[in-house]
Every structure is written in structure tokens, then in C-alpha cells.
Design a protein around this ligand. Structure first.
Ligand code: ARG
Length: 457
């Protein structure tokens, strides 16, 4: 088939060579963005009297027809037309005749493809932000239901100090809050239009780039035509923000997986978000959480892939840049899917309050309380730590916990210890007394949740 750029060529590439160079297999996802960009471009060409009104109307009419077909999934793309831009241009010419060839006046595929990518992210990143926010609301709801659920807090995955389970859940709210801020911040750089940069040097036609920006709803245009066609920072930023978001989801997924084990039993996932085993009838596997943890790998890969594509490319456009798309689409799908699933998983999971309660009553996570108690009574903290450590050791030898240790035994290590120690050692007390700003004390956590809710619209 004759190429739209074939004039200078004496022979055509074989089809397998065309196939290797083609991007239509994946950039057809940009069909609506490409049409939208063309509509704005030709409208601007008309407004600037670069093209006569009747030509503009014919082109707009053709583009409108293509849009209807695109939305119905009725367009048939061909590898011999390489990419979405040439496919659509060819279809337009087939539909309305040679006048369709005027659409590309003052434009290049280089500013066109960059425009499509900006349009894609301008539409999709707000979807990501919306899903993050939706998930945050669910986390807040679970936290509110678990404000007084006492749970073990960990460092090194060893019992550390008792906490409110809400405090633990809210960590993920704040991680997501920062993710949301990063995506929102990035919109500023997505909201810059490359269209009108031409191949790279601008154009001799009296175009109006600001008009195109206005038509497409962009806040700004690129200040430098060469930067406009070679910049992919905004995609790297999307991939980077997504990689970090996936890191957060993956850490949360890991906790969900651990909490669902028989060893922990802190939560139970809803049947709707679990899967069975083909051989072991008793199994209920946290597949969705595992899959999200696993998909984090591809999000990292896509970021590393694009950074590597860009690192050696000279200015301006190079065909290498065609490699920016699949990773972006893949990460977008991964992030949207993971957020949706995770929200449902957390909304429907049940928290085993009784189990969390008994867990925190059968460990030494209240040891810091004893050390703090002694320090409050004037003993240097280092000494208090030593005394408490010895008492913990005594308990371990007897197979009991600090609350089970008779007062006389404790007083053998320090006479500062009195009857009131038992109230202090209660895990509930340990939590409620940690009322330093941002601490796990119930009042602080309630305040934290209240502040968090104000960040949600
Ligand atoms: N398919 C190309 C891409 O995705 C479009 C731009 C092609 N420009 C060019 N001069 N070959 O990057």
C-alpha cells in the first residue's frame, strides 16, 4: 500500500519490516485523543484563514464521522499505515477525498503524538486521583470502626508497643495522601500543549498556538518547539508517581497477606476477594493482594524502561520515543485496577477484634510502659530499661507475662514499683496514654481521623 510519506522512496519496505516499526497495535488506544487534537488543529487553521472555511468544514465533518466509528469500535486499523496518526489521516482522505490531506498543514506527527500523550494523561491522571481518594475514604471508614481496637504494633516484625488498629490503618491514608498530592502536582506539567511545534522548529504558517491550547483546554503551550517534541518528562513523572503508589499498595498488600494467615488471623478477607485452591479444599488465598504486590514489579519496570529509552536520545524526536506508550498504558491499567480492587478488599474485610485483643494481652509489648513508669519515678531511663529487661527475662523463664508477675517479684528489681503498676501495664492504658501529637492515643487518633476527613472532598 502506498505510504502517506512515500514520495521520496523508490521501493517500499517488506511487510515484516513495516510490522516492526508500526505502533498501531498499541497506539490505537489514542484514537479519541488523536481525533480531538485534529479537530482543534483544523479549527485553528480555519480561524487563522490558513485553510478556507469550506475545507475546514469538510474535514471537521469527516473527523466527526471517524469519531462516531471509533467510539463504536468500528475502525479497522492497518499495520501498513504504521501508527494511529497515519491510519486516521488515511481514513479521512478515503472518506472525504484529497481535501483530507490539508489537515496536516503546519503540523507534524511529532507534535501530534506528544499532544495525544498529554491529552491521554490529562484525562486519565484525574481518574487515578479520584480512585485514590475513594480508597482513602474506605480506609477512614475502617479506621473509624477500629478506633478502640487494640492491636500489637511492630518493628522488625516483632511485637513493639500496643497501638490502636485505626492508627495502623491510617498510615496508608497518609501515604495515599502524598501520592494524591504528587499526581495533582504533576497535572501542572501535563497541562502544557506541544501542538504547533511542528516537526521541531515551529512552522511558517501563521498558526495560533494559544488558540489551539484554548480549544483543547490546556493552560499553557511549550515555550520551545524543540522541547515540545522531545519532552517525555511528564510521562516519566506519571510512571514514577505510579511506582511509588504501587510501593504503598504493595506494602499494604503484604500486611493484608500476613494478617490473613492462621498464624496472625487479624483480619479475614471477604470471599469475593479471595480464591480457593484446586487441590486443598480448606484454602482461602489472598490472591488479589498477592497480585497487586506482584504487579508492582511491572510498574517499576515501566519506569526504568522509559528512563533508559530517554537517556541517550539526542534532541529532538527519535523513533525510540515510540517506546513510551506501552509502559504508560500498562501502568495506567495496573494502577487503576489495583486501586479499585484494593478499595473493595479493604471495605469488605472483617477485622478480628477479639483476636487482636488477645494478641496484645499475650506479649511483652507493654514492657516500655514499665520502663517509662520507673523513669517517671526518677530512675534514669537506661537503668529502667535494664530493670524491665530483667523482669521480662524472669517472666519468659516462668512462661508468664508482665501482668501476671506478682508485685513482690517486681520489687526485687526495684522498690519504686508499686501496686498501681498493673493499671499502667494494661495495653489499653498503654495506648490511651500515648497522647503526644500524632501518637496512637485514642484522642490523638480521633483527631487524626478528623483532620484526614477534611482533606477529602
Ligand atoms: N508512532 C510514532 C510514535 O509513537 C509517532 C511519531 C512518528 N514521528 C516520526 N517522525 N516518525 O512516536
Amino acid at each position: 500500500m502506498a505510504k502517506l510519506w512515500g514520495g521520496r522512496f523508490q521501493k517500499s519496505a517488506e511487510s515484516w519490516v513495516d510490522e516492526f516499526g508500526a505502533s498501531i497495535g498499541f497506539d490505537q488506544q489514542l484514537v479519541l485523543e488523536d481525533i480531538e487534537g485534529s479537530v482543534a488543529h483544523v479549527t485553528m487553521l480555519g480561524a487563522q484563514n490558513i485553510l478556507p472555511k469550506e475545507d475546514v468544514e469538510k474535514i471537521l465533518d469527516g473527523l466527526a464521522q471517524l469519531k462516531v466509528k471509533a467510539e463504536a469500535g468500528e475502525l479497522e486499523f492497518s499495520v501498513s499505515n504504521e501508527d494511529i496518526h497515519l491510519n486516521l489521516e488515511k481514513m479521512l482522505i478515503d472518506l472525504i477525498g484529497p481535501v483530507g490531506g490539508k489537515l496536516h498543514t503546519g503540523r507534524s506527527r511529532n507534535d501530534q503524538v506528544a499532544t495525544d500523550m498529554h491529552l491521554f494523561l490529562k484525562k486519565s491522571v484525574p481518574e487515578v486521583i479520584g480512585l485514590i481518594e475513594h480508597f482513602q475514604k474506605t480506609i477512614v471508614e475502617q479506621a473509624e470502626q477500629n478506633l478502640d481496637t487494640i492491636a500489637p504494633g511492630y518493628t522488625h516484625l516483632q511485637r513493639a508497643q500496643p497501638i490502636s488498629f485505626a492508627h495502623h490503618l491510617m498510615v496508608y491514608f497518609w501515604q495515599l495522601q502524598r501520592d494524591k498530592e504528587r499526581f495533582t502536582e504533576s497535572m501542572k506539567r501535563i497541562d502544557i500543549l506541544p501542538l504547533g511545534a511542528g516537526a521541531m522548529a515551529g512552522t511558517t504558517f501563521p498558526i495560533d498556538r494559544l488558540k489551539s491550547a484554548e480549544l483543547l483546554g490546556f493552560a499553557e503551550v511549550y515555550a520551545n518547539s524543540m522541547d515540545a517534541v522531545s519532552d517525555r518528562d511528564f510521562i516519566v513523572e506519571f510512571l514514577s508517581n505510579s511506582a511509588l503508589l504501587m510501593t504503598h499498595l504493595s506494602r499494604f498488600a503484604e500486611e493484608i497477606i500476613i494478617w490473613s494467615t492462621d498464624e496472625f488471623k487479624f483480619i479475614e478477607l471477604d470471599d469475593a476477594f479471595s480464591t480457593g485452591s484446586s487441590i486443598m479444599p480448606q484454602k482461602k488465598n489472598p490472591d488479589m493482594a498477592e497480585l497487586i504486590r506482584g504487579k508492582t514489579g511491572r510498574a517499576y519496570g515501566n519506569l526504568m524502561g522509559l528512563l533508559t529509552v530517554l537517556k541517550g536520545t539526542p534532541l529532538t524526536y527519535n523513533k525510540d520515543m515510540q517506546e513510551d506508550k506501552e509502559g504508560m498504558f500498562d501502568t495506567m491499567e495496573t494502577v487503576l485496577g489495583s486501586l479499585k480492587i484494593f478499595e473493595g478488599m479493604v471495605r469488605t474485610m472483617s477485622v478480628n477484634k477479639a483476636r487482636l485483643h488477645s494478641a496484645v494481652h499475650s506479649d511483652f509489648s507493654n514492657a516500655t510502659e514499665l520502663a517509662d513508669y520507673l523513669a517517671t519515678k526518677g530512675m534514669p531511663f537506661r537503668e529502667a530499661h535494664e530493670v524491665t529487661g530483667k523482669l521480662v527475662f524472669t517472666c519468659i523463664q516462668q512462661g508468664i507475662y508482665l501482668l501476671d508477675l506478682p508485685l513482690e517479684e517486681m520489687q526485687k528489681e526495684s522498690v519504686l514499683i508499686e501496686e498501681d503498676i498493673y493499671a499502667v501495664l494494661a495495653p489499653e492504658a498503654a495506648v490511651s496514654r500515648r497522647n503526644s501529637l500524632g501518637g496512637t492515643g485514642f484522642e490523638q487518633v480521633a483527631l487524626q481521623i478528623q483532620n484526614a476527613k477534611q482533606l477529602l472532598v
